[in-house]
Every structure is written in C-alpha cells, then in structure tokens.
Design a protein around this ligand. Structure first.
Ligand SMILES: [Fe+2]
Length: 616
C-alpha cells in the first residue's frame, strides 16, 4: 500500500488530500475546521481528518507532497524586490516574515508539523504542475490538453500542457508579472472587492454593464498575442512594488480612485466588470485555441483560480475548439494539495490511471461525514427538538413538500464538498420558481449584497430542457454558466424594462421576473448550473427527484450552507449554529429534521454567531 499526503499551505486556502494506491480517499480545506475563511496556516486539522478517514497513521505515510516549490517562489519575490527596489520594499517586507517563518524552511516545518511521519519522503511539485495534475489525473479523459491559469505560483501564471495516460507534460508557461489572474484581481480590487475571494462578485456584476472599457484595457494595460501569451504593462499596476493592485495611472485611465468596499456601485463599476470579464474570456479562449493547436487534443482539462470563472468556461465550451471540458472543482490553490498527491502517484511513481466513466473526483464529496450519534448528541446538547426519519423516501417527500411550500432548507448530508462550491452536501435549498425566494435567501440568510442570483441544481437528465447546454454536457461541479432556454424566459413588462435599464439599485433589477425560474436567472438570462446525477450525488439526486415528482420542476436553488464571510459548515454543530443565526425554516441533518418554529432562538446567540465573520 502506498499512501501519499498532499498539502497546500501558506498562501490562501490551505488544504490536505490523501491518495492511497491511486484512489482519492479524502480532501478538505483547513478553513472548514478552523472556521477561518481562506485559512492559510499549516492544515493540521485537514491532515488529521484525511489520515483518519483513510485509517493511515502518520508513520505509515510513504510520501508527503507539497504543492509548490518554496525556493523558486522566494526567488521570484527576491527578484521582484530587487527589480523594483526601493519602492518594492513594502511588499517585500510584508511577504518576508511569512516566508522566513514558514516557507523557506518548509522541509523543516513539515517535519516539525508531522514528526511521526519521519520516514515519508518529501516531494515538492511545481505550482502549475500541481494544478495541471489536479485537472488531468482525476478527469475522465485518457488524453487531453491541459490549461492552468491563476494569479501566480512560483514564476508561472498560466501553463499549457498535455496529459496522456499516466503522464503529463507542460509545454508552455507564462511568467510573472504577466498574469491573467492578477489582471482580473486588479479589477476586483479596483471595483472595491476583496482580492482572492471577490472575483466571483465581479463576475456576477458583469451582466449589468456594457464592456465599454474593453478596448482601453486591451490598448493600454496589455498585449495579447496570437499564441495566447499575455504581456501586462507594469506602468499601471502596483503589485510588484506595493501592497495594492493598481496605481494612480490606472485610476486616471478608468476615471477615478478605487471604489471603497461596501460603498454604492456606480454604473462605471458595472461597465468595468463587464469589460474585464470580456477580456478574460478572450484571453482564456485564445489560450485554449493555442492549447488545441499545440496538442491536437479534442478534450481540455482546466485548473487554477481563473478556471473558477464559470462564465468564461461556459463560453469556452460553446465557442472553443474543444468538444469536452473537465474542470477541477477545487481549481484554486486548495486543489494543489490533491494535484501534488496525484502527481507523485502517477507521474513520479509511474502508476497507471484507471479511467472512470464519470471521473475520479467522486462528486468532490471528499470531506468529513457526520455519524448519527454525533448529530443526535449535537441536537440534544443544544436542547433543539427534532424529528427522526428512518425511511429515506418519507424524509425526502417531507423535505420536497416543505420546499414547495416556500420554506428554506438547510441541507446537510453525506460527505462535505472539496472546493469552494456547495454541491448538495452542505447546501441551503429553496424553490427556484418562487418569486420572493431570491431576495428572501439573500437578505434573511446570506446577509450579503444581493445583485447575484443563486445557482440551480438540476436533474442531469433534464438539464438540457432548461439550459442551453450541449446534449451530452454535464456540469456536476457548478463550473459552467449557461443561458436559460428561450422557452423558459418571460417577456418583460414596460415598467420592468425601465427598472432593468435605469434602477440604480441592482437588487431591484435582479428581482425582475424574467423566467419561470426567477431565483436562479441572472439579468442576462444566464445561470450557474449544477447537473445532479445519482451516481455522484445519491441522496441529493433523490431529493430533486422527490421535488420533481411533487411539482414537475426538476430544479432547486442551491447555495452554500454559511452566512456571508463564514466558511461553509463542516460539522453538525456548525450547521446548527448557522441555522439558528439565520431565518432558515428547516434544518435537515441526515435523517434528523428540525423546524425553526419549534425552536426557541436567542437573539444574543444569533448576534454572537454573525459577529465572528468579517464580510468577504
Ligand atoms: Fe494557483
């Protein structure tokens, strides 16, 4: 038996993954255990969980694979510092203490954190090798082109490669400071959102705007070559020398200083979002065309933070040269832990790959599961009354009935998801046909800016009826955006058209009813689709079936089980706390069901819970 522990840490989204004899046994992000969003620390809890799940003692580990090469990264920081000195000292000083404490002495640090794993060989894979491995090895393809795009690893910011059987090779790389991810992050920062987490909001904002700044971006900030390589004009950016992303020249070009976080969004910000989204799509598409030209492959696998841009992915699938896409659900740096472990098993140890019809990712349900004892104890300790269902079908029929009656359900079952999306393991569910559902879920539960619609989870076999997806396409990891089909769109009333065009409050715009599934339809009729199948999703699939049986509708609203700024819930106690702190109506913890009306909620507990999390 060969056990390989993959680790990513010390940047953001630390994670661990365990691969035993080529099988992905477990993977989880540290934030879920520490309840600290994007926790960058050494993933001790995630490691403990993974080893426990596989029944592997630290002393039995054969390899520990770390997702990047610290010395190369140090090299990049140092050279960037020297290149921009003395202006760069601020960013260098910020980065250095962490490096000195952890990164440079990574070998020693890992040995220190896992003292019992003395016998395990330490392997450091390159950052984009880790991303590439996470995209290709678990994919359902025997061979495929590989595209990884992110902010920055050691030096690489994007890579094109090819995978065949149990081997992958990176053919071309783009180097820092020229980075599609950092370009997108610069606009995230400029529009007042948090870098490394607010990119999703910028993407959600784009459909409101006109891409009137796109040519300004193309002409001044960058040069995109025929082969998809990108050059960024450093006269406009500040990430090499300072602690911000953009500089005065950038601000002058786009007509003002960066938006202050949480301040009102102006139409300029909507147009900026639309513009950078268009440009990132052009970059990704051109890189994909080059990957196709270099490899001649028909299929493409993707990873790296930019691969979470599901709007770009959807366009790539519809317009690009590839017949099929597979995107690593933990596309950001957390997935590097999984990639590094898979890389050791296949690439370094030369073990063959077994190709599965779906993929090797197991629905990305690779996290912890709660036992009935744990759940019941948690509810009893909190004095929360609950009903217990021994028959799954009875439970599902009741949950479907509650959903159809407009209730919002916290849904906790099976293993927790690996990656940033909730896929029906730790989700909040609602009825997408309900016209008030979107604002209700936003205001009462997520406590967030509500200009973005929610995502639909749809029975895979009925997805093409509702969304413009190729007949055989699936989107099991909610990583493709597709338009709602014309037959489900509704004509707008004159007053609604005025709202759509002019209302400065985006929440009013997104609340205009424009399809038969208003809670999940964005202002441009797009939807972030999750296709649900029984093999991957089990009980969640059967819940959708029960809802379909009752209502004829095979779609549910699926949003992550958390409040704004909180990591997705992991243990039953996290779920219960979140349930009690919000206006969720029902909580389902495996076979146990809690109705809010039967629970005495203390407003103090509520405040205490919400106060812990800084808005993201
Ligand atoms: Fe990365």
């Amino acid at each position: 038996m060969t056990s390989i522990l993959g680790i990513s840490a010390f940047y953001h989204d630390s994670a661990a993954a365990l691969v035993v004899d080529g099988r992905i046994v477990a993977a989880a992000q540290e934030e879920r255990f520490t309840r600290k969003k994007h926790d960058p620390g050494f993933p001790s809890h995630a490691v403990d969980y993974c080893l426990g799940c596989g029944g592997v003692k630290p002393g039995q580990l054969d390899y520990i694979a770390f997702y990047d090469k610290p010395l190369l990264k140090f090299d990049r920081l140092l050279e960037t510092y020297l290149g921009f000195a003395p202006r760069g000292f601020a960013s260098f000083r910020e980065a250095m203490p962490l490096w000195l404490k952890g990164k440079i002495h990574m070998r020693r640090l890992i040995r220190h954190e896992l003292p019992e794993a003395r016998q395990a060989k330490l392997v450091f894979t390159e950052h984009h090798e880790s991303h590439a491995a996470s995209a290709f090895f678990p994919s359902p393809f025997e061979s495929a082109a590989i595209l990884t795009v992110d902010g920055v690893g050691e030096w690489s910011t994007a890579a094109i490669g090819v995978g065949k059987g149990n081997h992958l090779e990176l053919l071309q790389e783009l180097h820092f400071p020229h980075s599609p991810g950092l370009l997108y992050s610069a606009f995230t920062y400029y529009c007042g959102f948090k870098v490394n987490s607010g990119e999703y909001k910028l993407m959600g904002l784009a459909p409101y705007g006109q891409p009137r700044f796109a040519s300004l971006i193309r002409d001044h900030l960058m040069s995109l070559r025929e082969d998809g390589s990108l050059w960024l004009n450093q006269d406009y950016f500040n990430y090499c020398q300072g602690l911000t992303m953009t500089n005065e020249r950038f601000h002058q070009l786009f007509g003002g200083p960066p938006r202050r976080p949480e301040s009102p969004l102006e139409s300029r910000h909507l147009d900026l979002a639309a513009s950078i989204q268009l440009v990132i799509e052009e970059i990704v598409l051109r890189m994909a065309v080059e990957a196709h030209r270099l490899t001649g492959e028909k299929k493409l696998v993707l990873a790296g933070g930019v691969a979470l841009n599901c709007v770009a992915n959807g366009k790539l699938l519809r317009a690009g040269p590839f017949e099929e896409l597979w995107i690593q659900p933990a596309a950001g740096d957390a997935g590097g832990a999984l990639g590094a472990a898979c890389f050791v098993w296949h690439q370094l140890l030369e073990n063959p790959r077994v190709i599965h019809a779906g993929d090797q990712q197991q629905g990305s349900l690779l996290g912890p599961v709660a036992t009935p004892t744990e759940i019941i104890q948690c509810l009893n300790d909190a004095g929360v009354p609950f009903e217990q269902f021994s028959e799954e079908s009875v439970l599902l029929a009741e949950v479907a009935r509650l959903l159809a009656a407009g209730k919002i359900v916290g849904w906790f079952q099976g293993r927790m998801e690996f990656g940033p999306r909730a896929l029906g393991g730790r989700s909040i569910l609602g009825d997408p046909r309900n016209i008030g559902m979107q604002s209700q879920m936003n205001v009462k539960i997520k406590f967030r800016e509500s200009f973005r619609p929610f995502a639909p989870a749809v029975l895979r076999e009925r997805a093409a009826e509702f969304f413009e997806l190729p007949a055989n396409a699936e989107s099991p990891y909610m990583l493709l955006v597709a338009p709602v089909r014309k037959e489900h769109r509704l004509a707008l009333k004159a007053a609604d058209e005025k709202t759509m065009a002019e209302d400065p409050d985006l929440r009013h715009r997104v609340n205009v009813i424009r399809s038969t599934l208003p809670a999940i339809t964005h202002v441009d009729f797009s939807a972030r689709v999750q296709t649900v199948d029984e093999a991957r999703n089990g009980r969640f699939y059967r819940l959708l079936k029960a809802f379909e049986q009752l209502t004829g509708c095979p779609v549910l609203v699926n949003t992550s089980f958390n409040v704004r700024g909180e990591p997705i819930v992991s243990a039953p106690a996290d779920a219960l706390r979140c349930f009690l702190a919000t206006d969720m109506d029902v909580l389902v913890l495996e076979n146990q069901l809690v109705r809010k009306e039967k629970v005495a909620v203390h407003s103090l507990d509520r405040e205490r819970h919400l106060k812990q999390f800084e808005p993201d």
